[in-house]
Design a protein around this ligand. Structure first.
Ligand code: SPV
Ligand code: MN
Length: 630
């Protein structure tokens, strides 16, 4: 077999590319490329090493092939993903067509989207057959996590999209040299992607969009799509494989940022944070005054009984809507100065990118994801085409950010002292709270996480969805087992991270948000002080919450404003009926939809319920934090 692969490669690759591939003495790699070449039939194969020359050529090709168009500012380009109407488009992750291919008799639980492995492989291969005819195949090597580290996982991606290949240069650490070290090991992830049939460099066969994850073979297939979340295999697609690998090997693969929060006396305390999309995860990770390690994916390991984490990635594929100079100055700066940036699905006019909520007026016409655009334009279904897509994005290297943490590439990771869970919750949870202990945090803050949709996504505001660890879309093992892995991870650590929950979206009775966008800068400082025991707390039935005097001082120091007792009482009033309802919802889901929920889960929920009921009997439905502070 290895011999056949090699002769096929010799037939199809030119000398230079063949040599680059053969320098990596890995027969599984060679066969993966050979079989993909045979299946997809590209005109040529470009094996991309870590050299600056190869990397620059990928970017050039993205422009030459029309997948990216240069903008007026040096280094900026724009890419558009296909759009026909609001039901048929390629601007977001496609949940419905993303499936795990599972062998017979393997069960992943009701919450996971699965297909029969053999049938799925036949189907996706039928779409991939000859899909690269007339095109070039890029062979890309990356390291997930810092190179040469206990955390690193090697990955190879084959794609016919220069935009995908280019985006990966910004998002991941180069891995060709790491593949050399790998020798003939079979321990790496593989991704095969084709954008499929193109018109004006855009995927058009959207009915044929398939994203299949073969968990048995650790291989991802993606076809007839270009949206990065569906195509850049090392982002969310390999996250699913990494969750399984972590399960086997006893570590955690999470949808989390990693950041350094700066405390008194130059102290830096590292946190990870899990928030569903559109809930402030990236903007928290890059708060001014703090330092960023990563905004989306983290690997956590127990190293000498300490939790340590790395950023899986090396760049950011971030939501651009509402990024403006006041609320997100760090990234706004990167997006408006010369440097390598790929904008996707924004509005362009005169070589300048525009997006919703950027803090300036948008032009009345231009080019966007729907083609030529004018204000008020409707799609064929009669729905408004917004100036930029609400999931329009930017892709940049982390090194462009002024506040990159100096330990961002530390092969040993950084010690994690706090974990933050956040969701969109208009009526239940206080803005920040700390759980009583590891299991309490894992279960209530993490596994019990819910988030509300916005009007823009479901047409109906305030629909809560269940978002355990904000990782539900990517969990590739039975959910109860995944929760158990979290419980086990912390149990053996000496001083496990404290677990916090934040809620940036709490509303008052009048429907207005109770917090300012900048308030999260205070919450992270409070959490940092809690880690070191530098501030006390008010003990409530749901955990520890801040005292007014500590917040008052922090609001002055961080935001230079007074934080009144009235504000505090409004924001931190414990809402007992809402909290009881939340417990019921979470309990119901784990009782009826998750077959292997650990018993401790229900015990922790029951204890919280008991505390809430006791407080309700004593103080009523809505309890001021001042009452609880005694
Ligand atoms: C998210 O949606 O959580 C993202 C972007 O980070 S994607 O790569 O599409 O997952
Ligand atoms: Mn994400």
């Amino acid at each position: 077999m290895a011999k056949d692969c090699e002769s096929l490669l010799r037939e199809r690759l030119d000398d230079e590319n063949l040599q680059k591939l053969m320098a990596l003495r890995n027969s599984k790699l060679h066969c993966f490329v050979a079989e993909a070449v045979e299946l997809c039939d590209p005109d040529s194969v470009f094996v991309v090493t870590d050299s600056a020359e190869d990397v620059a050529r990928v970017r050039r090709l993205a422009i030459e092939l029309g997948e990216e168009t240069p903008l007026a500012t040096d280094g900026h380009t724009v890419h558009f993903d296909g759009f026909r109407d609001h039901l048929c488009n390629d601007q977001s992750r496609d949940r419905e067509n993303t499936k795990y291919l599972v062998p017979p008799r393997m069960h992943l639980g009701a919450k996971l989207n699965t297909a029969d492995r053999e049938e799925g492989l036949v189907e996706v291969r039928s779409y991939l057959r000859n899909a690269m005819a007339g095109k070039q195949m890029f062979v890309r090597f990356f390291s997930l996590g810092p190179t040469g580290s206990v955390f690193s996982i090697s990955g190879v991606q084959l794609t016919d999209s220069a935009y995908v290949a280019h985006s990966e240069d910004l998002l991941f650490r180069p891995g060709y040299e790491q593949f050399r070290e790998l020798g003939n090991s079979a321990d790496f992830f593989r991704v095969l992607h084709s954008a499929g049939e193109l018109e004006s460099s855009v995927s058009v066969n959207m009915e044929g969009k398939r994203i299949y994850i073969d968990i048995q073979d650790e291989c991802v297939y993606s076809v007839n799509t270009q949206y990065a979340g569906n195509t850049i295999g090392f982002k969310k697609l390999c996250l699913r494989l990494a969750i399984r690998k972590a399960d086997r090997e006893g570590w955690l693969s999470e949808h989390m940022f990693v950041m350094g929060v700066h405390g008194p006396g130059r102290r830096v305390t590292y946190f990870t944070g899990a928030f569903p999309s559109f809930c402030g995860k990236t903007s928290t990770a890059m708060l001014p005054g703090e330092t960023i390690i990563g905004d989306d994916l983290a690997y956590l390991r127990n190293i000498d009984d300490e939790a340590r984490a790395v950023n899986v990635e090396n760049g950011i594929f971030g939501v651009i809507a509402n990024v403006g100079p006041d609320d997100d100055p760090v990234i706004y700066d990167v997006l408006t100065k010369p440097g390598e940036v790929i904008f996707s699905n924004v509005l362009v006019r005169g070589g300048v990118p525009y997006w919703l909520g950027m803090g300036r007026d948008l032009p009345a016409d231009g080019t966007n994801y729907a083609g030529r655009w004018t204000a008020g334009m409707k799609d064929p279904l009669g729905r408004e085409v917004t100036a930029s897509h609400k999931n329009a994005r930017y892709t940049v290297r982390l090194s462009e950010l002024a506040n990159l943490d100096e330990r961002a590439n530390d092969p040993a990771g950084v010690p994690i002292r706090g974990i933050i869970y956040g969701g969109r919750d208009s009526d239940t949870s206080v803005p920040v709270r700390q759980s009583f202990h590891w299991a309490h945090g894992v279960i209530i803050n993490g596994a019990g996480l819910e988030s509300e949709s916005t009007a823009a996504t479901l047409g109906q505001e305030g629909v809560r969805s269940f978002q355990p660890m904000s990782n539900l879309d990517f969990v590739s093992i039975p959910l109860g087992r995944y929760v158990q892995n979290h419980l086990d991870f912390g149990e053996v650590l000496t001083g496990p991270p404290l677990i916090f929950a934040v809620n940036y979206f709490l509303k008052g009775k009048d429907g207005a948000y109770l917090n300012g966008i900048q308030d999260k800068r205070v919450w992270v400082k409070w959490m940092e002080l809690r880690v070191h025991g530098d501030v006390g707390s008010v003990v409530t039935p749901v955990g520890h919450i801040p005292r007014h005097e500590d917040l008052q001082r922090l609001f002055r120091e961080v935001l230079g404003r007074e934080y009144t007792e009235a504000e505090y009482v409004q924001q931190f009033t414990l809402r007992i009926p809402e909290n009881l309802k939340k417990l019921e919802r979470v309990s119901e889901i784990y009782r009826t939809q998750v077959s292997d929920t650990p018993q401790v889960f229900f015990d922790v929920l029951a204890a919280q319920r008991k505390r809430l009921l006791a407080a309700q009997t004593k103080h009523g439905d809505y309890i001021s934090p001042l009452t609880l502070a005694g």
